[in-house]
Design a protein around this ligand. Structure first.
Ligand SMILES: O=C(O)[C@@H](S)Cc1ccc(I)cc1
Length: 172
């Protein structure tokens, strides 16, 4: 069950439509992340928040309901612990070495090429700061989940038609 303080934070944020927009998500994430002085971030961008909303909003309506927001919030809390555990030099950002370990620590075993791709996509000056780290994991988890949806028997092979492919590749 969702505790009342969370519900009231959500209600305050979401407004009368009781759904959180990309802009409202960006507001709360940047308000909270600045409270954590050990986390380096240039702030969650609109693009990052749009990507997270699209990946988390099941019904594709580009807004987060209470449950979807709670799920995202708990993911961020979980990955915040991992970020701190693997930020070995406590710089507040991930080096590519730390990023590889943190992604594996989050449960994603990737090959070298994929780890390099993540750093290329999410690092700024070779460092992945907290907001980019979260966006990377939200996307990575969503892509793994989508694949498992199409790999019903867990064979490691997925089958989908072009429309289903475009739903996956064009939303995030
Ligand atoms: O609410 C908090 O400050 C902790 S518990 C979790 C959290 C930390 C950072 C973000 I951005 C969002 C949520």
């Amino acid at each position: 069950d969702i505790d009342d303080s969370f519900k009231s934070m959500f209600a305050q944020l979401a407004g009368e439509d009781m759904e959180i927009s990309v802009h409202e998500l960006r507001t709360i994430l940047n308000r909270v992340v600045t409270r954590h002085k050990d986390l380096k971030t240039d702030g969650f961008s609109m693009e990052s928040c749009r990507s997270m909303v699209n990946l988390m909003a099941k019904d594709g309506n580009a807004r987060l309901g209470l449950v979807e927001f709670q799920i995202l919030w708990n993911k961020i809390r979980k990955w915040l612990v991992i970020f701190r555990d693997f930020d070995l030099d406590k710089s507040g950002a991930m080096s590519s070495y730390e990023m590889r370990l943190a992604v594996e620590g989050a449960g994603f075993k990737l090959n070298n090429k994929l780890n390099q791709i993540l750093v290329a996509r999410y690092a700024e000056n070779e460092m992945v700061d907290f907001d980019n780290f979260i966006c990377c994991l939200v996307k990575l988890e969503a892509m793994f989940r989508s694949f498992q949806h199409f790999d019903k028997d867990g064979s490691g092979q997925a089958e989908m038609n072009v429309t289903e492919w475009l739903y996956l590749t064009m939303c995030g």
